[in-house]
Write a protein that binds this ligand. Structure first.
Ligand code: ATP
Ligand code: NCN
Length: 268
């Protein structure tokens, strides 16, 4: 069930404005259905495969569906997520901002989720995008925009793990929004998708022509070992990590948080 608009409005952080700089409120091809992709995650740090996911999804949407991507967002999770080893949310937002600076995709960073004091489930994050884009701005070209989650196959595998996602949230995410799922090395996507058959019409699986086993965990390990992450992340992100001394030690203390625990367990 969708979150009450009053609840979402009350969650607006002080000084926050929804990023619209690259959001196309008029479509290039009005015969298509407008689509906004939202990738939720830690992005600690953001790497090139995170960015490539958007390019792959845009290709897929253009070639295999009747959607036109009119906007795309990174939504870094807040510090309340509590996953061990992550940089603070404000640093992760800043690194994402640096990473999207030269993007050709209509890619933006929304700090709304990152700035929340309490953990926000992904279903509610998508409701926030629906509120901002469809309810408050009237969609794109006067049409309701399809908001969809963009995720790697490993995240979708967690959908069927016990005690990670609430069933009503999965129903809302996959039934009312939908997901674009990018292949990820070592994920058993067939098994994951077979337990999500009920929502198969709303799940678009994107095979990777060039798959890359990159993960932020591996980058954090390289940095901890005083090794270079050059060519895995944009130069500006690498400079930011160095300038702020990130990932030398454990960054965020993990509160007793069920999401964080399951996230640590599934960490790549
Ligand atoms: N190499 C990859 N291939 C496909 N999808 C990926 C890849 N790396 C990250 N993703 C996807 O990007 C989204 C955000 O991921 P996240 O921030 O957890 O990155 P990560 O590299 O998996 O980080 P960590 O190692 O800290 O878990 C998730 O949906 C995840 O599945
Ligand atoms: O909404 C939920 O119940 C939920 C359960 C597990 C994970 N998530 C989201 O999935 C993302 C996982 O990111 P990561 O870096 O831990 O792989 C992050 O954005 C979480 O908020 C969300």
């Amino acid at each position: 069930m969708a979150t009450d608009p009053g609840v979402l409005d009350a969650m607006t952080p002080p000084g926050y404005t929804f990023p619209t700089i690259r959001l196309r409120q008029q479509q290039n091809d009005p015969s298509r259905d407008p689509l906004v992709l939202v990738a939720c995650g830690s992005f600690s740090p953001i790497h090139y495969v995170h960015l490539q996911m958007f390019a792959m999804a845009a290709d897929y949407a253009r070639n295999e569906t009747n959607y036109e991507v009119v906007g795309a967002y990174l939504s870094p999770v807040s510090d309340a997520y509590g996953k061990r080893g992550l940089a603070r949310a404000h640093h992760r937002v800043e690194m994402c901002e640096l990473a999207v600076k030269h993007a050709r995709q209509p890619l933006m960073v929304d700090p709304w989720e990152a700035q929340q004091a309490s953990y926000v489930p992904t279903a509610k994050v998508l409701d926030h995008f629906d509120r901002e884009i469809n309810q408050l701005r009237g969609g794109s070209s006067g049409k309701k925009v399809r908001i969809a989650l963009l995720a790697g196959a490993d995240l979708v595998e967690t959908f069927s793990q016990p005690n990670v996602w609430a069933l009503h949230d999965l129903q809302h995410i996959l039934g009312d929004y939908g997901a674009f799922v990018v292949e990820r090395a070592n994920s058993n996507i067939e098994q994951a998708l077979s337990s999500l058959r009920e929502w198969r019409d709303n799940i678009h699986y994107i095979p990777a022509i060039i798959s890359n086993p990159m993960s932020s965990t591996m980058l954090r390990l390289l940095l901890k070992g005083n090794m270079s992450i050059e060519y895995h992340v944009p130069r500006e992100v690498m400079d930011y990590i160095e300038a702020n001394g990130l990932y030398k030690d454990e960054m965020v203390a993990a509160p007793d948080n069920k999401k964080a625990k399951s996230a640590e367990g599934s960490s790549s």
